[in-house]
Write a protein that binds this ligand. Structure first.
Ligand code: RNT
Ligand code: ZN
Length: 418
């Protein structure tokens, strides 16, 4: 045991905090690591496929982006080796492997197009989550999918999402752990719509049709993700927060809250306690919006720290699936994975190391100065020493070795790519 860690134990125990318990709690958390940071959300349906539509955008042209499924898997293996703990991989339907079957349209995809992913994941002991991909497609070009005015377009996307749910259920059955399947659609308009109700009614009906396909909750858990606005959907987003709060509550699906999908002065952390008064399972997309839903790499800012504190304080860690959703094409993408995932975990560790009982006591005594002072004190407790010890125990490198490791991978692998 390092002397730095021992002195950290002492600092925490003075506040009555059990560091070993916090470490054990962190070990039991699996992040849903997204597959799309390594290739800027391009997917592999066509050579050179690019992100399109729906107000999600990736900026940057940093060299070394994964250009094939093999490269992507290599990058993910590297990224997973840099994230302490056991984590899941969150796949998008646009990452199908058509090498054995030939290309099929999105409404025709099935488990056979993801067999190599499952094999890969099982070899590495990684569980899979899944997403329908209702963007970057000609049938989504005019900005609407499940809420489209045209029946044939809606039907195409309804069939796609049904197929995606079957794939998710297949994963869930094979891996012995429910696969979280998330639905996010880009539907919305740049300028003021008149028939808002009509679009939302059609979205509701499409989703209801999708869920007539009954699948075991032991295999798949469906979530719906809201959004406030996007580039090109400034005036109207069909799947708003209110829409999906109502939908998830009445249809008994999970709700997905993405940190970038609210007004920026709104706090997702503040929503947790209300949410769990009415529903009992939540999906998060942990992200870092900078001025808009920019999907910056997650760092330990106030939004993140407060979100994790709230999960711990509301006793919601076990009831929450913590997915990641960031993508930055201006920096080393494997470094981005490692940094963002590690920061999410550090935020959670800080929350597990909070003297919650003492804070609650000050709270109940209405001693708001003491409450505030202790919250400030917590910010300078030796979190880094506990984190380093955690990384050592999990066989992952410590923060001070991360930069060199990422640079080595860049030199030996990424820079060799065309
Ligand atoms: C888009 C949503 C959605 C996507 C991924 C790729 O604004 O956040 O979750 O980022 O599905
Ligand atoms: Zn998201």
């Amino acid at each position: 045991m390092s002397s730095v860690f021992e002195s950290a134990l002492e600092s925490y125990s003075r506040l009555g905090i059990d560091v070993e318990k916090a470490i054990d709690r962190l070990k039991s958390v699996s992040l849903g690591v997204h597959c799309w940071q390594a290739d800027d959300v391009g997917g592999f349906e066509h050579a050179g496929a690019e992100l399109g539509g729906g107000g999600i955008q990736v900026t940057g042209n940093y060299p070394g982006k994964a250009g094939t499924l093999d490269e992507l898997r290599g990058d993910l293996e590297k990224a997973f080796s840099l994230i302490p703990g056991e984590h899941r991989l969150n796949l998008h339907a646009s990452y199908a492997d058509f090498s054995k079957t030939g290309f099929v349209e999105r409404d025709k995809i099935g488990p056979e197009h993801f067999e190599t992913w499952l094999e890969w994941a099982q070899k590495l002991g990684i569980k899979l989550d899944f997403n329908a991909t209702c963007f970057s497609h000609p049938k989504a070009d005019d900005g609407f999918t499940l809420s489209h005015r045209k029946k044939e377009i809606r039907e195409f996307w309804i069939n796609h999402v049904k197929q995606a749910r079957k794939i998710a259920a297949y994963f869930g059955e094979k891996q012995g752990s429910p696969c979280i399947h998330n639905i996010w659609i880009p539907d919305g308009s740049k300028d003021i719509p008149v028939d808002r109700y009509g679009y939302r009614k059609r979205l509701q009906e499409s989703l209801d049709e999708i869920f007539t396909l009954e699948l075991s909750k032991d295999y798949v858990r469906d979530a719906v993700e809201s959004k406030l606005f996007g580039i090109g959907s400034e005036a109207f987003v069909v799947g708003s927060h209110e829409f999906y709060m109502g939908y998830s509550q009445t249809r008994n699906t999970l709700l997905c809250m993405d940190m970038g999908h609210f007004h920026l002065t709104e706090s997702v952390a503040d929503k947790i306690s209300s949410f769990f008064l009415y529903q009992d399972e939540l999906l998060l997309h942990v992200s870092r919006p900078v001025r808009w839903d920019s999907d910056h790499v997650v760092v330990m800012n106030d939004d993140l720290m407060q979100l994790m504190q709230e999960l711990v304080r509301a006793d919601a860690v076990e009831k929450t699936h913590i997915g990641l959703d960031f993508f930055d094409g201006t920096i080393n993408r494997i470094g981005a994975y490692a940094l963002g995932s590690r920061s999410a975990l550090k935020g959670l560790l800080a929350a597990f190391l909070e003297p919650t009982d003492l804070l609650q006591k000050y709270d109940s005594e209405e001693n708001y100065f003491a409450r505030l002072a202790l919250l400030e004190e917590c910010k300078t407790l030796p979190l880094g020493a506990v984190w380093d010890e955690y990384c050592r125990r999990m066989g992952t490198l410590e923060d001070n070795a991360l930069i060199q490791e990422v640079m080595d991978y860049e030199n030996s692998v990424l820079s060799q790519r065309k």
